[in-house]
Design a protein around this ligand. Structure first.
Ligand code: GCB
Length: 693
């Protein structure tokens, strides 16, 4: 099996110190204990590097088949989640258990599909479907089964035999299943999915047993602020490769001042043994432009790595920084062996095409630069979340979201608080939207070795998956860890050291809510390349006081920069807002309040921008989203600029003005004609000078 299975199996040897640490109430509403354990992380092992997992793409040597569609689902008893493993439910059709089976779409979260208790289920569910594999797939090829993601942990059987397992949701996993399949006949796939989060999972959670009117039952609690949707969240695919094939590719790109692009690539091959008759001899690497014209090429007999130089390369630029943003080439790898039969003495073994954007990413203590140009990021923290399908991949939603992002003039978002779908990463590349790519460590608290190991694994798998995307401009190692705690220092030293060693030319950042100053000073910020912080002035702090934003925010941002000497970005600010609720003067939860709060933040951002180390403003959140049931959430978190059904709140128009005004100021982008409606010739006097975008 390839890729990241059983991450939780790696144990770290570590020295455990028991210390008594006094009072940590203020910055951490969830930390009720006065006493906690501090671990030293001085002897850790790195995760086993992921191999394979290229996104499945058809080619003249590869087939791809989707297993998406209607599956069958069985919910285990919450009190006995492993009953199915003991009773070997995977050995036969789930129907044979005699338990209730319901139809379940894939991809989708299972929680909001039915009308009953599946929504809050804790423990395991079982998925199943049947499928055929063509008879000729036995010949000279391998068949792979790949999941885009299953949350949180999954075990997979094919025809009753174990195929693979994976945990840490949100990430792909795959295995070759050629030996398990019935070619030319029917096959059964069974998946056990477990949604339980523990102190060692990423993110952390806790399962406890409570007494209810119907007896005892487990409940899941967690401190993070989004619903723990579960299920087969992304596509399930069968794909074939030749016996000897390209199993993995890593690229890095640069652009010189005279427009010469440089692509350094590494490729990994699978299946070529020394005694095999199929010995690859060379790889033909061709870079094709949008019209299919070859822009650079190379025949490489070294096989495993090489460099392409591209004179007059068209760079990858972000949206609104260039008239042609998101420019991508197709990097084509063709693997050959010598042949006595082929016309030209060679035989094609495998072909794979990777979309590639050419750009240089660099950073200093004050700036993040793309193609040598300092970036100012304007965008959002987001969620993969929608009505009914929860966190399930939905191409209609994806397209709508990108249309809204472009309509509003944003150029970036953070994948708060976990890796988003591979399809969304490809979309971001194509549209020139920059991504701060975050792993699933939210609110981590107990800094112990097994968690560290899983956290490293989460980052390793994220970086492995996303390293070839031009859109990825930073890795975010965590969101709001309790990084002021003593245990955080050695934990993050180990984590950041490791992540830096695999960072593939991207800076490290995090979304911090600890303080820049003692006594609750963040232990993580000093280790990062970009300091990101989350702050809810006039919402969680000083609620209702929009006159207490500008000074507090500018002073805090300045302290982050003075104390740590890094570029600074605000990753979260915002206000819960009920669509349609109005109040004059503005009152919290109204649309008017959201507008007033944003406007004050804009003033602070403009003061900060003048200092040249403040590099971005991210609203929390792009759209309303579902959370666990709490008394502070009305049907979920309502801080969206868009509603959950992706319609604009009043603030969206204001934000659109600002983001386009920034694009105009920074990159001379003409303002769109219909930014505002016609009011009068005085108000709209410059309208005729605008160009429609
Ligand atoms: C935060 C978290 C985010 C929450 C947000 C809020 O600081 O990072 O996950 O949703 O606050 O609205 O409370």
């Amino acid at each position: 099996m390839r890729a990241g299975a059983c991450s939780w199996m790696w144990l770290l040897s570590s020295l455990v110190l028991r210390l008594v640490v006094a009072g940590h109430g203020e910055n951490n509403k969830h930390d009720k204990t006065e006493q906690h354990t501090v671990f030293l992380h001085d002897n850790w092992t790195t995760p086993v590097p992921t191999t394979g997992l290229l996104y499945p793409r058809e080619s003249e040597t590869r087939d791809v088949r989707s297993l998406d569609g209607m599956w069958r689902l069985l919910m285990s008893q919450p009190s006995d989640p492993l009953q199915g493993v003991r009773e070997k439910w995977y050995e036969d059709s789930l129907q044979k258990t005699g338990l209730e089976i319901i139809p379940m779409p894939v991809p989708a979260s299972y929680n909001d599909i039915t009308t009953d208790n599946l929504r809050d289920h804790v423990g395991t569910v079982w998925y199943e479907r049947t499928f055929f594999v063509p008879r000729d797939w036995t010949e000279n090829r391998r068949t792979w089964l790949r999941f885009g993601s299953v949350h949180y942990a999954a075990v997979v059987w094919i025809n009753g035999r174990n195929a693979m397992r994976h945990s840490i949701g949100h990430l792909p996993f795959e295995a070759e299943i050629s030996n398990l399949l019935n070619f030319g006949g029917e096959n059964r796939i069974t998946v056990m999915c477990d949604n339980r989060l523990t102190n060692r999972s990423v993110p952390q959670g806790q399962v406890t047993t409570v007494n209810t009117d119907n007896g005892q039952t487990p409940i899941q609690s967690y401190t993070f602020d989004f619903f723990n949707y579960a299920g087969i969240h992304r596509s399930v695919q069968l794909y074939t490769t030749p016996l000897v094939h390209i199993s993995d590719i890593a690229i890095s790109t640069q652009l010189s001042s005279d427009q010469v692009g440089r692509i350094d690539y590494r490729i990994w091959l699978h299946g070529a043994t020394e005694d095999s008759t199929m010995q690859p001899t060379h790889v033909l690497v061709q870079l094709r432009d949008r019209d299919g014209v070859v822009a650079a090429q190379q025949v490489n007999r070294a096989l495993y790595n090489g460099t392409l130089l591209v004179p007059g390369a068209k760079p990858w630029w972000p949206y609104l920084m260039h008239p042609e943003p998101g420019h991508l080439y197709s990097l084509e790898f063709e693997l050959f062996m010598s042949s006595y039969e082929g016309d030209d003495g060679e035989e094609l073994l495998d072909a794979y095409r990777l979309p590639v954007g050419i750009r240089t990413l660099s950073w200093t203590n004050t700036s993040l630069l793309l193609n040598g140009k300092p970036l100012y990021l304007r965008g959002f923290g987001r969620h993969e979340d929608s009505d009914i399908r929860g966190k399930g991949l939905d191409n209609a939603l994806l397209a709508r979201d990108f249309n809204l992002i472009k309509w509003i003039g944003a150029n970036a978002y953070r994948t708060s608080h976990y890796p988003y779908s591979e399809e969304s990463m490809q979309f971001a590349d194509e549209h020139g939207i920059m991504i701060v790519d975050e792993c699933s460590a939210v609110n981590i608290d107990i800094f112990e070795p097994e968690l560290l190991s899983n956290h490293m694994t989460a980052l390793e798998q994220l970086i492995h998956r996303d390293r070839n995307h031009a859109s990825v401009i930073a890795w975010s190692v965590a969101n709001e860890p309790r990084s002021f705690k003593m245990g955080a220092l050695s934990y993050f030293q180990a984590l950041v050291n490791y992540t830096r060693s695999i960072a593939q030319g991207r800076p490290l950042t995090a979304a911090i809510n600890a303080s820049p100053d003692p006594p609750k000073q963040c232990h993580l910020a000093a280790l990062l390349d970009i300091v990101g912080f989350n702050r809810y002035n006039a919402w969680y702090q000083n609620s209702g006081r929009t006159d207490m934003i500008v000074n507090l925010l500018t002073e805090e941002a300045q302290r982050w920069h003075q104390n740590f000497g890094k570029p600074v970005i605000l990753f979260e600010y915002g206000a819960d807002t009920m669509e349609g609720l109005h109040s004059l003067p503005a009152y919290i939860w109204s649309e008017d309040y959201q507008v007033a709060l944003f406007s004050q933040h804009f003033k602070a951002f403009d003061k900060l921008r003048k200092q040249n180390w403040f590099i971005g403003e991210f609203v929390w959140n792009f759209a309303d989203f579902k959370t666990a049931q709490t008394v502070t959430r009305v049907g979920g978190n309502k801080k969206g600029v868009f509603t959950r059904s992706r319609q604009p709140k009043e603030v969206a128009q204001i934000l659109r003005w600002r983001y386009f005004a920034l694009a105009n100021e920074l990159d001379w982008v003409p303002l769109p004609k219909h930014l505002s409606v016609y009011i009068s010739s005085l108000v709209n006097r410059n309208e005729h000078e605008r160009t429609e975008l």
